[in-house]
Design a protein around this ligand. Sequence first.
Ligand code: DX5
Ligand code: ZN
Length: 216
Amino acid sequence: MSRIISPSLLSANFGNLDADLDMLNLSAAEWVHLDIMDGRFVPNISFGFPVIKAVKARTQKVMDVHLMIVEPDLYVEKFCQAGAQVLTVHVEACTHLHRTLQNIKSLGMKAGVALNPHTPISSVEEVATLADMFLIMSVNPGFGGQKFIENSLDKIRRLKQMLTEKGSNALIQVDGGVGAGNAAALFEAGADVLVAGNAVFSAEDPQKMIETLLKA
Ligand code: DX5
Ligand code: ZN
């Protein structure tokens, strides 16, 4: 089991992203999380390629890109060129998930699969050993700063068990409502990567909050 913190830029200051990226460069976070929203898969629009490229140019962290978009296959190569190193698609948005994951991996990126809160673990059983990471959404995707859905803890435990049974080494990532109050329980349940937006960027001392989450 690994412990990685991936701060979500959705809660960063887009008027001065470099300052937040420099702060993260000095922090214990290994990854940086970029939320891409298209206004169709989720009821919100975030940012696209010019911003991703600007982040790539400044950050020293692993570029963890979370696609909340329909038809992600159309853009896999462009996200790779923009600097994505981990590329996560939603199972609900992929008709041919197996092919999409193969495509992501063939371009040299790590392939992640995200599950909305209502989506059962069984929907990804057949790709247990193909995906490099599974993302359990612990809020309904679209916005930062939402309340953690408690059922997610049990879902992580069940996912962990399924992956163990299948002999998969895939990482488990959790995204939404993560903070100092639930980080320990999430790691204990089997999470490897914690995404945190609001908790990190609204903290008085974001670097200290990242340490707190890591050592929870
Ligand atoms: C939600 C995004 C999250 C979000 C998390 O749709 O996928 O990454 O930024 O934000 P917090 O940590 O504030 O819940
Ligand atoms: Zn996300």
